[in-house]
Design a protein around this ligand. Structure first.
Ligand code: ADP
Length: 602
């Protein structure tokens, strides 16, 4: 047995590896099983080229020995000669670890991407105080080799006893990491990282049951049942997904995978990604926050690509050409799938709309290219209870103005528009305001909220109350004065107008620009972050029977009339959801008093 030293710079490296990767030390098993897989793959290739006369099974076994405090990973791959151990383990693998340390040592903040760094063989030292390699190369007349290193720079190498082809790595666990002697723990890790690996894996002689992932199969050979089974294998607690896309790209990068659109209408949370990233069937991570734009993060599934450079820093990922092409390819495939869904199963598409609309809308806002692909798939419910797209709506509308309401309910105001045969779109989601702004710019059109301004189509000029009384005031002015005095709200604009409908006593208009700004702030910074309220205009209908009756009541019972005017205002606020939570009680008790007075009068 010879003694040797790893390298001149090495003294500090192993302690640093231990410290740095402490939180993600589980990955040592992934790294060692991946190395074993590579060794088996290499043997397979040599076999196919008839360069290796390798017999016997190609497999990986993991064994735990509690009394010896070891965990051993054995493969029947190509093995290593003494020169190879020197070269690949002591020099090359070591320089990889050294590079890693040089890169990350100076950074103070722990980057989650750190765990993705392919540290390889040396990650074993995160959990072990000593690692032994016993190996026999596939090459004819090879001799077994034994290498051992206790985590310092010194190692020993010499003749070994491993008599079967392949490599056996034994980790002598240190006292802080004895949890890896628990079979359940190791099994959980193998299931997490190695479920889709290509060679049979056993743990303490029990098969892991790993198998080829569905994404490797040609899409036209996969059945619906297989897709659903695969989905439930990845996400056992989820209901069936809505639809899926099978990705298979060879150029300009390699990518395979299956992405599912989940059925649950989950709160959108960009932190919670459920796309599992694999690299050559080895599970790498379920954080692909940096690889895909936020809106694609709603999807669930798996992508496998050797071309995603996971071992580099986050800022690099964002500018990496492959990564950008990858997201745009995924986005395109999803858009194509949605277009097909809309075209071939419109009713199902509409039924699924509440679950997918947020995705399409976020995609619209975050990725213009995506919007271009799905613009005809953005649908809106209208006041006739039908679904329409904006281009279809505009085709029906001469003035090219789009009327909408941000309420999701029918209202007397909506009814007036309906009576006038004006089509109104429902846009009740908080994100709709951002979509509307986007579409206005994109389509050079205007979205007019029904309670944003008094549309001329609601007025009836023929019944304008313009006749002047003795004081030179029109009836409209008198009504406005009376309401103004009754409400006593200094920031409130009050107008009395002749509306075409007699049913609606009054309506409250909110300044559209200010309201959009307020809603936008609420959308981005939370509901209570808005610093102001939009300017309000209270339009009283001079043709309303109720208003006329209150006006008459004013002569005999001025205070009752005043309270009724306040009641109408409060009800308008309530109807539009504009009552501040703190004012709600006051509005309700005010209403009760009005009813009490009314009951008294009758
Ligand atoms: P990487 O796998 O990224 O090349 P590693 O540090 O994991 O880096 O391993 C270094 C090298 O050691 C490998 O490239 C391979 O040549 C050799 N090696 C490691 N494990 C095995 C194994 N189980 N069988 C054969 N060779 C191995």
């Amino acid at each position: 047995m010879r003694q040797n030293n790893l390298s001149v710079h090495s003294e500090n490296i192993l302690p640093i590896i231990k410290k740095w990767l402490y939180s993600d030390k589980d990955i040592f098993l992934r790294e060692l099983v991946s190395n074993a897989t590579d060794a088996l793959n290499k043997l397979n290739i040599l076999r196919e080229q008839s360069q290796a006369e390798a017999e016997g099974k190609l497999e990986i076994s993991v064994a735990i020995d509690k009394s010896a405090k070891t965990i051993t990973i054995t493969d029947t791959g190509i093995g290593m000669t003494e020169e190879e151990v020197e070269k690949y383990i002591a020099q090359i693998a070591f320089s990889g670890a050294e590079e890693f340390v040089a890169k990350y040592q100076s950074e103070t903040e722990k980057d989650p991407i750190i765990g993705h760094f392919g540290l390889g063989f040396y990650s074993a030292y995160m959990v072990a105080s000593r690692v032994d390699i016993a190996t026999l190369s596939y090459l004819p007349d090879s001799k077994p080799v034994f290498w051992s290193c206790d985590g310092t720079s010194a190692y020993s190498i010499g003749a070994g006893t491993h008599s079967t082809r392949g490599t056996q790595i034994t980790l002598h666990l240190d006292d802080q990491n004895l949890e890896y002697l628990e079979e359940t723990k190791v099994q959980e890790l193998l299931k997490r990282y190695c479920t889709f690996m290509p060679f049979p894996i056993t743990l303490n002689e029990k098969p892991l049951g790993n198998k080829a992932p569905l994404w490797l199969k040609a899409p036209n050979e996969c059945s619906e049942k297989e897709y659903l089974e695969f989905y439930h294998q990845l996400f056992p607690l989820d209901p069936d997904p809505l639809f899926w896309v099978h990705l298979n790209v060879d150029y300009p990068f390699h990518l395979q995978g299956i992405l599912f659109f989940p059925k649950i209408h989950r709160r959108f949370d960009s932190q919670e990604s459920a796309i599992k990233l694999f690299c050559n069937r080895v599970f790498v991570s379920d954080h692909c926050k940096d690889v895909l734009p936020d809106y694609l993060m709603i999807l669930r599934g798996a992508i496998d690509s050797p071309d995603i450079p996971l071992n580099v820093s986050r800022s690099y990922l964002q500018i990496d050409q492959n990564v950008r092409q990858l997201s745009s390819h995924i986005a395109k495939k999803i858009a194509d799938r949605l277009a097909n869904f809309y075209k071939t199963e419109k009713d199902n598409y509409i039924a699924a709309w509440p679950e997918i609309e947020l995705f399409l809308k976020l995609g619209t806002l975050q990725d213009e290219k995506f919007y271009d692909r799905i613009k005809d798939l953005l649908i809106w419910k209208n006041s006739e209870d039908l679904w329409t797209t904006i281009p279809e709506y505009l085709e029906r509308k001469e003035d090219k103005k789009i009327y909408y309401t941000s309420s999701d309910r029918a209202s007397p105001l909506l009814q007036i528009y309906k009576d006038k045969k004006i089509e109104i779109l429902f846009a009740p989601l908080p994100i709709d305001i951002a979509i509307i702004q986007f579409l206005e710019k994109k389509l050079s059109t205007t979205f007019q909220r029904i309670d944003g301004q008094l549309d001329s189509s609601l007025l009836d000029p023929a019944r304008d109350k313009t006749l002047l009384d003795a004081e030179g005031k029109s009836e409209a002015t008198r009504i406005a004065d009376f309401i103004r005095a009754s409400l006593d709200q200094k920031d409130l604009e009050i107008e009395a107008k002749s509306l075409s409908s007699d049913v609606l006593p009054a309506l409250l208009l909110l300044d559209e620009n200010q309201r959009r700004l307020r809603d936008y702030i609420a959308l981005t910074q939370g509901k209570h972050a808005s610093p102001f309220q939009p300017k309000k205009t209270f339009v009283v209908n001079t043709n309303s029977k109720l208003i006329q009756a209150i006006l008459r009541l004013q002569q005999k019972h001025p205070s009752a009339a005043q309270q009724m005017a306040q009641g109408i205002y409060n009800l308008s606020l309530l109807g539009q959801g504009e009552v501040e939570p703190g004012d709600l009680d006051r509005a309700v008790s005010g209403q009760m008093q009005v009813l009490e007075k009314l009951a008294d009068l009758l």
